[in-house]
Design a protein around this ligand. Structure first.
Ligand code: IMP
Length: 184
């Protein structure tokens, strides 16, 4: 079983492979790109991207979009997580959170699956934790050094991230559905 994963992010591919390979699904990375809508909902971004890429490539594809939602900031940066990371980055988020005790935050990962000329289907996974007080850990990418679950940042937990993360959950849902519905 093979599926094309449209992304330029090798970390996402590694994490997705950790879930899909043991289930017999081979991911083929394609970084042809797709327009990332500035929508309020990451599911809409994934849905649109999957439809666009499936029609452009002429084959079934998945794309994945992630947002970090910080409770006390009313869900910011949410769907704007990539822009915020590229502008103020982890130091900027830590500065916004200085002296704030309520540090709860949730990552949402949405996978869009689409076949050419068909409607996209989405699969969502979430992981709730806290914004750390400082960056910690060398692994992972993006917000991993400042997002922690049970006191350990994603950047310091190694392969355990692939068991408990938002992406592990969305890819597990996708893989189960794909094997049930697309294997003959
Ligand atoms: P996107 O899904 O690539 O648009 O991700 C939005 C932003 O969140 C980017 O800045 C990513 O680096 C970051 N990001 C996505 N997934 C993760 C993750 O699993 N951990 C930490 N940061 C992430």
């Amino acid at each position: 079983m093979k599926i094309t994963f449209v992304t330029g992010n090798r970390h996402k591919v590694e994490e997705a492979v950790a879930v899909c390979a043991p289930r017999g699904i081979t991911l083929v990375q394609n970084d042809c790109g797709y327009p990332e809508l500035q929508e309020d909902d990451v599911a809409e971004v994934a849905r649109y991207g999957a439809g666009y890429a499936a029609n452009r490539l002429g084959c079934a594809v998945i794309v994945e979009d992630t947002g970090l939602y910080i409770d006390v900031l009313h869900g910011f940066p949410g769907p704007y997580s990539a822009y915020v990371y590229d502008t103020i980055g982890n130091p900027g988020i830590l500065a916004l959170m200085r002296d704030i005790d309520d540090r709860r935050a949730t990552f949402r990962s949405v996978i869009g699956y689409c076949e050419p000329e068909q409607e996209p289907i989405t699969f969502e996974g979430a992981a709730t934790g806290k914004i750390a007080y400082r960056e910690h850990g060398e692994g992972g990418f993006g917000y991993d050094p400042i997002t922690e679950i049970d006191g350990t940042t994603f950047a310091s937990m190694g392969a355990v991230k692939n068991e408990i993360s938002h992406r592990a959950r969305s890819f597990t849902k996708f893989a189960d559905w794909f094997l049930r519905n697309k294997s003959i």
